[in-house]
Design a protein around this ligand. Sequence first.
Ligand code: URA
Length: 203
Amino acid sequence: MFAETDWQNWCKAVESCADCPLKETRTQVVHGVLTKTVKIFLLGEAPGGQEDQSGIPFSGQAGAILNDFLRILKLDREQLYIGNTVKCRPVKVSAKGRYGNFANRAPKQSEIKACARWLPQELQLSGAKVVVTLGNVPLRAMLGKPAKVGDYHGRSFVSEKYGFPVFPLYHPAALIYDRAKEKEYLQDLETLKEWLKEESSCE
Ligand code: URA
């Protein structure tokens, strides 16, 4: 059952996190939206500039691609919990940055490590039965070891570290840089659709 008070306490705690230097540059901590227990936890890498502004994961360019995929899967955002492995936007100084003088960058190992303490409770509070990872960072988090999404996408495994069935996908932003991945991605979505049907009627 959805434990609203526990969820609110978790949100308050994560929103005041000061465990890594990303606290200096963030507009806000970006965690998922949870209004009821869900079965599917979609785990991304880290918020970008748009997410840092809105406070909502995948609300920017990668989010628009993700929405297309969810349409293919016939899933609404309310049926999922969408969160990130790292909950604050990693930035680098850049004159070309769209928000202030900052551009996005990949999270550092130290930031991933510092943020890892939030995930177990987030997984538990969501009520999810399965995790779908988007990209390298969440895949490595669920595996608990270095890995490349190119070697794992489209095939489920059980995370020994967290005890969850996991289905790895490429990060949606991968398609912004490489349209050639589209066919592969669509195949993975078809496999995921079948997998979700098998795994505790997640549809
Ligand atoms: N990419 C991610 O991994 N997460 C977001 O929230 C946005 C873009």
